[in-house]
Design a protein around this ligand. Structure first.
Ligand SMILES: Nc1ncnc2c1ncn2[C@@H]1O[C@H](COP(=O)(O)OP(=O)(O)OP(=O)(O)O)[C@@H](O)[C@H]1O
Ligand SMILES: [Mg+2]
Length: 365
């Protein structure tokens, strides 16, 4: 029996997105349904292309269509990633989510985590930018294997570079020689960061990942003051000596009303090629930071030499060795992060996070 269009629409509309516990109808996510004989075609919007729940949602949509008699079901997916609060003076209103990756501690793998999460989100189908906000020690050019000067067509707007399909900006692109030290005072840093956010033509992005410098200094402060970030990702390693510094970055977020989306524990354990898992840096650091931050532990990334090797060679491990344990960990963390962004925005907006930033009203004269 062929389903009617109405019956199909009703069945599909009842499917629930488990991340926010709302039906596709409530989410306004069913864009189109059509029936031809016993064939159904359904177009839905997902809350994030990177969500871990997508497979289940698609299976539920297929089952719903079958339950009203569809024999062949064709599901087309789009996405409508929700957006952070965008004020009238926001430097990048078309960027739906701004997610700084930070840690009070140096060398814990912030840049590695930022690059791999950005790429994992992009590979899942999201529109992603990566901003190297480590003005003093940019490492994105090396980790992404990208050099060259961004061009400006009008002397003001700066075009970001592109690599692996992501838009990328780093102060490293502007230095004559990558070995040059950036000797700047606070106001110059603020100016540079503002330019990177405002004058770079990011276009419409679902996620802009920021690789922040270590510590709780000027760059982070300026960022938090200039715009409403969706929330921060905190990176730590498992050992106790790292934690005190990491707590400080959590405390900075709390003082500045920035939500911590989650904690990533990096270099968690070493996988012996001969078998066995060695916790060389101890254990539990990620969980302790997560508890302190009242945020979830998004995942643990193993210590693997290919992470460093591919980082040095300009291709993050999620792209270079997607089936490695570390790449798998990064992918899962990216999925959890995408879902945390969604739930965070629904919480902030009382359950109805908008898909686009508030539209500006025309100025009446
Ligand atoms: N899981 C991992 N396994 C192996 N090596 C790693 C891993 N994570 C990071 N590294 C390596 O550790 C070094 C430091 O990482 P990274 O530069 O990402 O840290 P960071 O926190 O950004 O440092 P900084 O504070 O200097 O900005 C790099 O050489 C990187 O390749
Ligand atoms: Mg770094």
């Amino acid at each position: 029996m062929s389903p009617t269009r109405e019956a199909l629409l009703e069945a599909v509309s009842k499917v629930v997105d488990p991340v926010v516990q709302k039906s596709l109808k409530d989410l306004n996510a069913v864009r189109d349904v059509s029936v031809e004989g016993a064939d159904a075609r359904i177009v839905i919007d997902l809350l994030s292309p990177a969500s871990a729940a997508n497979e289940k949602i698609l299976a539920d949509v297929r089952a719903a269509a079958a339950s009203v008699g569809a024999a062949k079901v064709d599901v087309v997916t789009g996405s409508s990633v929700r957006t952070r609060q965008v004020g009238a003076d926001d430097p990048c209103p078309d960027v739906k989510n701004v997610i700084p990756v930070m840690s009070g501690k140096g060398g814990v793998g912030k840049s590695t985590v930022a690059a791999n999460l950005a790429l994992a989100l992009h590979r899942a189908g999201a529109r992603v930018g990566l901003l190297d906000a480590d003005i003093y020690g940019p490492s994105v050019p090396t980790m992404l294997g990208i050099m060259g000067r961004p061009i400006s067509r009008d002397g003001k707007a700066i075009e970001p570079l592109e690599r692996f399909g992501m838009k990328i900006m780093s102060i490293g692109f502007l230095l004559e020689d990558p070995r040059t030290a950036v000797v700047w005072r606070g106001p110059m840093i603020q100016g540079a960061l503002q330019q990177f956010l405002k004058d770079v033509t990011w276009g419409k992005l679902d996620y802009l990942i920021l690789d922040l410098p270590p510590g709780t200094g000027d760059v982070t402060l300026t960022l938090f003051q200039r715009l409403k970030v969706t929330g921060a990702v905190i990176v730590t390693t498992p050992q106790d000596v790292a934690l005190m510094d990491v707590y400080k970055s959590v405390s900075m977020c709390q003082k500045m009303n920035v939500n911590v989306l989650g904690v990533v524990e990096n270099m968690s354990y070493f996988v012996d090629p001969a078998g066995g898992r060695h916790e060389i840096f101890g254990r539990g650091g990620g969980a302790r930071v997560a508890e302190f931050a009242k945020a979830p532990l998004l995942g643990q990334v193993p210590l693997e030499s290919i992470v460093r090797e591919w980082g040095d060679n300009g291709t993050p491990v999620v792209q270079a060795a997607p089936s490695s344990p570390s790449a798998k960990a990064f992918r899962e963390i990216a999925e959890r992060l995408a879902d945390r962004v969604t739930t965070e925005l629904f919480d902030q907006y009382g359950g109805v996070a908008p898909t686009e930033g508030p539209r500006r009203l025309p100025i009446l004269r």
